[in-house]
Design a protein around this ligand. Structure first.
Ligand SMILES: [Zn+2]
Ligand SMILES: [Zn+2]
Length: 359
């Protein structure tokens, strides 16, 4: 027997999906109001939707007069296309292509962004929430809703969905690969919400899972290593971060080359852990500064000076240089003191000699 909705919370309450959807559509249309002014829907050709009276949206890569649409029209189209594929038992490739209509634009083929993706996520969940738990469309809809809520920065709600998704996948014995995707998403959400210990745990699990399933050279494995390292950095576990990155940076360089974003990001975190670690020697800090100088030059050339990774590297480089100056000063202090002592000793000796001469 299914648990009552109140026990499972808002997510599984089918009656709540419709008002949540309406609210999300209103937010999306409002946000797109300036961009869509004077335009019409490419599906129904109206400015206002005939039934819902909702406004238009467009948050994909379409430009000019292309791509203006109602969320309701997109949802209706996706629903019909998927239903047709299900009824005719079309193969997974066709179903997969049709399922894309729940999150990406059919004109430019790019994912919808932010609040539009969120509204479509609610549309999708509203459509399939009534199906039994093991149903494929319902499971995919839960992922779509989680993605949409994340895209709109509704992180607490997204967390509720992702946690339910992980529990469901484990209960149903879903594939390791699909569980790893949810774990990766959950790790990022915990991190965004400042739940750093949970983020670290989840990202560690995701990384070791990827390592086992895909091997160390797979891009997803390196991406999860990057997130895991970021969590170690957040919790100031620099020693562990160094161990992880010493293993992964050479792999990234070998497989993707020095110009790849992942190589740059992993290298940046390694250089950071190197000089921030409590046991860092002067040589470590020098290596860190040299590495950062090289990485920053590459990032500037490949990603541009305004890219967040480039500016983050600049900040780190500035701090690492300051740390280096401080360490050099500290190292010089005993030597400086010795010179002062030696000078003082010489002065005393000179005075003694002088006294001797005078007497
Ligand atoms: Zn329309
Ligand atoms: Zn588009």
């Amino acid at each position: 027997m299914a648990a009552p909705a109140a026990v499972l919370g808002w997510l599984h309450d089918a009656d709540l999906a419709a008002p949540k959807y309406n609210e999300a559509v209103a937010v999306a249309a409002e946000k797109c109001a300036d961009d869509t002014k004077g335009q019409t829907c490419y599906i129904c050709t109206e400015a206002l939707h005939w039934k819902t009276k909702e406004g238009l949206v467009r948050m994909c890569s379409c430009r000019g007069t292309a791509g203006f649409v109602h969320v309701s029209c997109l949802a209706e189209q996706a629903k019909i296309l998927v239903a047709e594929a299900e009824e005719n038992n079309l193969d997974w490739k066709v179903r997969d292509a049709r399922w894309k209509r729940w999150y990406s634009c059919s004109l430019c083929e790019q994912r919808y962004q932010g609040v539009v993706q969120c509204a479509l996520g609610w549309a999708c969940w509203k459509t399939y929430v009534g199906r039994p738990e093991g149903n494929v469309a319902r499971s995919l809809a839960m992922t779509s809703l989680g993605n949409g809520l994340s895209a709109a920065e509704h992180n607490e709600d997204a967390l509720t969905v992702r946690e339910a998704e992980l529990a469901m996948k484990r209960r149903l014995g879903a594939s390791e690969a699909s569980i790893l995707v949810v774990q990766g998403n959950l790790g990022n959400l915990y991190d965004k919400l400042g739940r750093l210990e949970q983020a670290l745990q989840m990202r560690q699990d995701a990384y070791s899972g990827h390592l086992k399933l895909y091997g160390e050279e797979h891009e997803d494995t390196l991406r999860t290593a990057n997130n895991y390292a970021a969590s170690l950095y957040n919790l100031q576990s620099f020693e562990e971060a160094k161990l992880l990155l010493r293993r992964t940076v050479p792999v990234a360089r070998r497989v993707f080359g020095d110009d790849h974003r992942l190589t740059l990001s992993l290298g940046w975190m390694y250089a950071m852990a190197l000089y921030l670690d409590e046991g860092a020697t002067l040589d470590d800090t020098i290596e860190s500064v040299n590495t950062l100088e090289e990485l920053e030059r590459t990032a500037r050339r490949v990603l541009g000076g305004a890219h967040p990774l480039t500016t983050a590297m600049e900040d780190t480089l500035r701090n690492a240089r300051a740390a280096l100056r401080e360490e050099v000063r500290q190292e010089a202090r005993p030597r400086g003191a010795a010179i002062i002592y030696a000078a003082a000793a010489l002065a005393v000796a000179a005075v003694l000699v002088l006294r001797k001469k005078l007497t």
